[in-house]
Write a protein that binds this ligand. Structure first.
Ligand SMILES: NC(=O)c1ccc[n+]([C@@H]2O[C@H](COP(=O)([O-])OP(=O)(O)OC[C@H]3O[C@@H](n4cnc5c(N)ncnc54)[C@H](OP(=O)(O)O)[C@@H]3O)[C@@H](O)[C@H]2O)c1
Length: 218
């Protein structure tokens, strides 16, 4: 069985972890607060690890559901055990005042993460989906897209399997550098909600995606 480590117990970690358990994955939570970790694990029907490193060591897929600003610390913590593993980056590198992206135009949070974890198979995914939609993918009455970017074939297969088992249509939008656009898309969606006082459930569904972007899941 595929084991997924969920690092972080907030909106995104809880939503992906709960959905992954329902989809039949073996899920283990880890975070910096033991009580919150236990609560998230219990709510999801998942297990918990005593440390981030322990969670990653026992997993095939690692989801870093933490703020962008925490990625460097988390990466340093898991670096010794993450080689060869699929690392899912759902973070959005927003400025603290929500005025835009904190990254330079010629990079992305995911590329920064990949540079910190050179042995890992990094994939940008779930960042364009609000956590409420990830927790309930069918609520809007149409199938939503899980847009992802990666250079790695194994990561591509893994995220296709995870996304489709949760209920999304996975679409490979390009190499990891396409994370720049995925992060910009997420910011566009977030800004729309901020300026319209919205209900935080807008989502992307691409019309007529090219066949090559739709990976067949075994
Ligand atoms: N919310 C959404 O709809 C959404 C959608 C797509 C992507 N994202 C992105 O996904 C990421 C997580 O968002 P979220 O809404 O789940 O956030 P959240 O609810 O605030 O949860 C963040 C988690 O990260 C942990 N954390 C914070 N700082 C940390 C640090 N320095 N080291 C280790 N762990 C730390 C928190 O632990 P404590 O509880 O101990 O603080 C918490 O478990 C963000 O990067 C966000 O931009 C969010």
């Amino acid at each position: 069985m595929t084991t997924i480590a969920i690092i972080g117990t907030g909106n995104v970690g809880g939503a992906i972890g709960t959905a992954a358990v329902k989809a039949g994955y073996d899920v283990v939570f880890a975070a910096r607060d033991d009580e919150k970790t236990r609560a998230a694990a219990d709510a999801a029907g998942a297990g918990m690890a005593s440390s981030l490193r322990d969670a990653v060591a026992q997993s095939d897929i690692v989801v870093l559901a933490v703020p962008y600003g925490a990625l460097a610390d988390v990466a340093a913590e898991i670096a010794p055990v993450v080689a060869g593993k699929i690392v899912v980056d759902p973070t959005n590198p927003l400025k603290a005042d929500y005025s835009g992206l904190a990254t330079a135009a010629d990079t992305s949070g995911a590329e920064e993460l990949a540079a910190l974890l050179p042995g890992a198979r990094v994939v940008k995914a779930f960042n364009t989906l609000f956590a409420g939609n990830t927790a309930n993918p069918e609520a809007l009455g149409i199938q939503l897209d899980s847009l992802f970017a990666t250079d790695d074939e194994a990561a591509k297969d893994a995220i296709c399997g995870l996304s489709s088992s949760i209920g999304f249509r996975p679409i490979h939008v390009g190499p990891l550098t396409a994370s720049r656009e995925l992060e910009a898309m997420a910011w566009l969606n977030i800004r729309l909600q901020l300026i319209s006082n919205g209900s935080w459930n807008t989502a992307f569904a691409l019309v007529s995606p090219p066949e090559a972007a739709l990976t067949k899941v075994a």
